[in-house]
Design a protein around this ligand. Structure first.
Ligand SMILES: Cc1cc2nc3c(=O)[nH]c(=O)nc-3n(C[C@H](O)[C@H](O)[C@H](O)COP(=O)(O)O)c2cc1C
Length: 466
């Protein structure tokens, strides 16, 4: 049965990237911002401890495989702004954070277009063992054209990337779910036997894109398949997300677009046989909190002095649409219709009707005009969060950072206690794995209705509830 919206626990993840600037460009210069420490392992250890204190579901790691070339095909802006470059490999940072936490999950982005599935599946299983079941995978197909050049392959058309992602998912599900029977890894000194050869199986996958024999190199892990996330926003991307993801990130320029995406994703997921409570929907949000409304507003004014529209525009249009070629008054829909570079990419994502280049630039530069933005004391912030969750049918939020660790610390100190007082936020973690953070105690493995669960062997007992 579906929990009434007003009684739902609201979930939070922190949006991170192993780099200087991910969102809210320009703020890295703020004297209290620690983004310059992104390559210091102690920075990550401190972040993880703060997030676990605030009982967030997970730290979410975005990633990219090329330097974004947003302005006329040049990487100058990205490099100058520190926009996703230099950047660390997210999977490498996770063990240090896992060592100082017990419950916090770690969801990392990896691309089905460029990472071979066999080695990726092994790396994720290794992490799932080492973190005791706290890893997640954000499945991306990588939209930056530059990534293909870095991997020495021809750029792949959008929908073809999703075809490949479908097959890639099948391959890794087979490795994670079916290659090793539940009791195959025995470490039986008496027998003597490390693993039972009759219970470890090749997957012998042969498809259009992949040929993988197996068996998987890692024995069964607490979650087997890591908790799955996706953020596709095209028609094809939403369809993929609704079928495969357990946590879906919903985008959209305006609240109306956001709501239409939520409704659509819920509809497609239901058609795919997935229950409302088997798919958690998250939207990005922006929270500036302090002890009082006035103090928070002073912080916003301070941040606004440093905000850079260039970084945001290079990020948003890294797929090739170059806004600097157009006048401020030109409408986005006209630019898309004339079909310049990157226009086919932009055409997949709805813009508010009538928006011009000038509107986008102004939107980029104004921190307080972001969708799902609140600035205030604990009560104002909690009011907004409850409203967003209830009116848009969202399960939770992916919080962007203004300052690191300031945003996460203020959230833990001011927002969490207020949401807890209102009965809308956990007061302790429900279980020990990331999937349990999202779905409750006992939900350690994929739900039965998930396509990956079809690969389970009959003799393996699904662990669904304790
Ligand atoms: C919250 C959020 C996080 C995302 N993180 C990444 C990321 O880390 N790396 C990446 O290549 N794409 C990322 N994306 C882009 C999506 O995976 C997707 O490519 C984009 O929304 C376009 O949708 P489409 O793939 O359906 O065309 C993210 C999108 C959102 C909304």
């Amino acid at each position: 049965m579906t929990t009434p919206r007003s009684e739902r626990q609201i979930r939070f993840m922190l949006l991170e990237m192993g780099t200087v600037s991910h969102n809210n460009y320009g703020l890295w210069r703020h004297p209290e911002n620690n983004r310059h420490r992104f390559s210091d392992i102690d920075f990550w250890i401190e972040q993880a401890k703060t997030l676990e204190r605030g009982m967030l579901d997970a730290l979410f790691f975005a990633d990219t495989l090329a330097v974004s070339a947003g302005f006329g095909g040049s990487t100058t802006v990205a490099l100058r702004e520190g926009m996703h470059v230099p950047i660390l490999d997210p999977l490498v940072v996770i063990p240090a954070m896992a060592a100082v936490t017990k419950h916090l999950g770690f969801a990392a982005t990896s691309s089905t277009t460029y990472e071979p599935p066999f080695s990726f599946a092994r790396r994720m299983s290794s992490l799932d063992l080492l973190t005791k079941g706290r890893v997640g995978w954000n499945i991306v197909t990588s939209y930056l054209p530059g990534a293909a050049a870095n991997f020495g392959i021809e750029p792949m058309a959008h929908d073809k990337r999703y075809d490949r992602a479908e097959e890639y998912s099948d391959v890794v599900y087979k490795l994670w779910e079916s290659s090793w029977e539940e009791d195959a890894f025995r470490l039986d000194r008496g027998a003597p036997m490390v693993s039972d050869p009759s219970k470890v199986h090749p997957i012998a996958h042969e498809g259009e894109y992949f040929k993988v024999m197996g068996p998987h190199l890692v024995s069964p892990t607490p979650q087997r398949t890591p908790t799955l996330f996706q953020a596709g926003s095209s028609d094809r991307g939403r369809e993929f997300a609704a079928r495969h993801a357990e946590g879906i990130f919903i985008g959209g320029y305006t609240e109306d677009i956001l709501l239409s995406h939520v409704t659509d994703i819920r509809r497609i997921a239901a058609l795919a046989g997935r229950d409302h409570d088997e798919v958690r929907l998250f939207a990005e949000c922006n929270i500036i909190c302090a002890t009082t409304d006035k103090e928070a507003e002073a912080k916003l004014a301070d941040f606004m002095k440093l905000a850079s529209a260039d970084g945001y525009l290079a990020h948003r249009f890294g797929s090739g649409m170059d806004l600097t070629r157009y006048g401020l008054h030109e409408k986005i829909e006209d630019i898309i219709a004339t079909g310049g570079p990157g226009a086919d990419h932009m055409a997949r994502y709805p813009f508010p009707a009538g928006w011009t280049v000038g509107d986008i630039i102004e939107d980029a530069a104004r921190l307080d005009r972001k969708r799902l933005f609140v600035c205030g004391g604990p009560s104002r912030c909690a009011d907004a969060i409850e409203r967003w969750s209830d009116s848009f049918d969202l399960d939770g939020f992916l919080m962007r950072q203004f300052l690191s660790p300031g945003t996460a610390r203020d959230f833990a100190d001011f927002v969490v206690p207020e949401l807890q007082r209102r009965g809308r936020y956990r007061t302790q973690y429900e279980g020990t794995t990331l999937r349990e953070n999202l779905f409750g105690r006992g939900h350690k493995r994929l739900a039965q209705s998930h396509p990956g669960a079809a690969y389970r062997r009959a003799m393996a007992q699904p662990v669904l509830a304790e």
